[in-house]
Design a protein around this ligand. Structure first.
Ligand code: SF4
Ligand code: F3S
Length: 112
């Protein structure tokens, strides 16, 4: 079991999650983060830190797509352990539907 980042993170990218993770298992894409499922220890500390509630335990039904996306991109993107500056319009994207289809970027972030 692991926690996973879902599409609610896209273009919000608040990064409060990275500050609390005891095993530094967040990885940064251009406009979202993912968790490395092989490193996450399932502590659940990050889940309540995320304003758009993008982080879910993979025991919830229907999260297979996000689990495989987290596994794939945690191998491709740089590690991030410190909160950076969220996008200026982050709050406007909180709760917007269909962000994956319209806005997912496979490009890496800068990490920190
Ligand atoms: Fe890190 Fe714990 Fe969140 Fe896993 S559940 S990503 S170990 S804070
Ligand atoms: Fe994304 Fe939430 Fe972290 S918006 S960057 S999962 S705090």
């Amino acid at each position: 079991m692991t926690f996973v980042v879902t599409d609610a993170c896209i273009k919000c990218k608040f990064m409060d999650c990275v500050e609390v993770c005891p095993v530094d298992c967040f990885y940064e894409g251009e406009n979202m983060l993912v968790i490395d499922p092989e490193v996450c220890i399932d502590c659940g500390v990050c889940e309540p830190e995320c304003p758009p509630e993008a982080i879910k335990p993979d025991t919830e039904p229907g999260l297979e797509k996000w689990l495989s996306l987290n596994a794939e991109y945690s191998k491709a993107w740089p590690n991030i352990t410190q909160k950076g500056t969220p996008p200026a319009d982050a709050k406007e994207w909180d709760g917007v539907e269909g962000k994956f289809e319209a806005h997912f970027s496979p490009n890496p972030g800068t990490g920190s």
